[in-house]
Write a protein that binds this ligand. Sequence first.
Ligand SMILES: [Cu+2]
Length: 651
Amino acid sequence: MRLAAVQSRLRHLFLGCAAGLIAFGSAIGSEASGTSAHPLDPLSSQEIQVAVAALRRAGNADAATRFALIDLDEPEKEAVLAWHPGQQVVRRAFVVARHNRTVYEAVIDLAKSRVERWQAVPGAQSAVLAEEWTRAQRITVADAGWREAMKRRGYVSFDKVFCAPLSAGSLVDAAEAGRRLVRVTCFDTQGTRNIRARPIEGLVATIDLDDGKVISLIDSGAVPLSRETGSFGERPLHRAAGFAIDGYRVDWRGWSFRYRMNRRAGLVLSLVRHEDGGRRRLVLYRGSVAEMFVPYMDPDPAWSFRRWLDVGEYGFGWLASPLARGIDCPADAAMLDAVLPDDHGRPLAARSVICLFERRTGTPLWRHAESASRSYAGRAGRELVMRMIPSVGTYDYIIDWVLTEAGTIRIDVGATGIDAVKGVAARTMADPSAAADTAHGMLVAPNLAGVYHDHFLSFRLDIDIDGAANTLMRERLERQTLPGDAARRSLWIAAEEPVSAEGPLPDAAQHAEPEVWRVVNPNLTNRLGQHPGYELRPGHTATSLLADDDPAQRRAAFTAAPLWITAYDRHELYAAGDYPNQRSGGDGLPAFAAQHRPIENADIVLWYTMGFHHLTRPEDWPVMATVRHSVELVPYGFFDRNPSVEPWRER
Ligand SMILES: [Cu+2]
């Protein structure tokens, strides 16, 4: 399809959106159905018409029949894979229709206009139809009982009321059996474009769509209406575009922070603050890499010592490589230098070892299309990225500190570079030595085994939510069983408990129950009376599989759990201690935690370990495509609302 045609189609789909909420599509004109169509091409409008006509001609369907689905009936996979351009294929349509209160399935041979199958599906209900949406709204508003209930809530006219028919879920009483139902709940839309912002709570009408009437009404009493409009997207957010660098301070769209390059940790971000109603609120006092542990899984004496603690044994800042514009960073990035002393104590200018750029994510930061009111609002996603790439022997780690307009701080780590390979006799898996040669790694090329290993990257995150006195909360999701007579048997609730002891979070590695980790300032509240906080949302949390008494593991005990918490001490910066090189272990986090300092409503530090096991593969050779991993700090009651929406206008 030509671009212009695509654009015109897209415009058509949006502007032509039907009053119904279910779909944005509107009828399109008939287009030519290609004779050499690929077997997986969607049905053309002509083919759709053929399918419906065939059903009518066969007496299966009439004007009262409704179609919940008319789609390509995909051919067998063998036929699809054997197809070559120009070859004729048997095109079939698969149809779900509703006729005389019964759902039917049909298959139609489109070339022959012949119905091959027409079969009732007893007891089934097809999806809610667009016309049923509007019919349910009409039925609700016309119902005397519903009007009476609305009157008790102060409504005498309903032109500013939006009613949303909802799929009925499972049946709540026997009288509902066999009927086609939706349940309708309504909203007060006076003075707002967000038609879902003010629920008229406690009133639900259940509608029989076939009989066209309300069959039951839940009225559990009036609930106070929200006094806010819940509006968004009505005017753009006016913030300066792009970022500003002033010395070592960076400002971007409400965010500000300071950065520096440290020979050992690499990039250190400090005083990360977000503007909020004229206040510059502290989120992250300091964030940096705290250690890296890469143990190889080969007992061969030539390999068993390879269990690197790259940050303490070498230094990420020292290994930071100059970044190539247009490859390592976007062409329009700001390339930043750092000064690092060399082994002789001489200041060395490290050119372009940091880059800073704003990027379009290509994904909406947020959006909502409201077909019921034919409105749309959205904002393009943009992020600020500060990047460095230490080249640690074979590996290159792309370390990104990312800020978003939604108030999130994300750390992305991309691993690329060269697998560490061991020379072996085997050239293929058919060779006699192959089994022994690949006991601890995979052949990635003839005579080369990529030895299995892990990557554990510890981040020290000195989170200070509106000041130093913070508490780490665990919010566990627990199943709650409901009494036997309820319409539901179970749901989950969030059970909150503060973490009271320094050390690894017990059981956190097992993930036996899902849980949320949240740092709050217990001394403050937001406008909803909640303590402002940030959630630490982990991505890859593999922990070490080595035995606690393994000499390699003793040196890197921090890898036993994805999250540790300690009291703040500005000298405690490294997860495996200050001098891990050649040490036998016991330093770092286990020693810090052994002090048993108070950590509730105190200055605390979180240590998160991003971990991933690396089973090598041929595609890693000769250079590995970037594999990305992330961890996020996500605002959780820190803001009163989504900070990327324009300032609220109270009514
Ligand atoms: Cu690896």
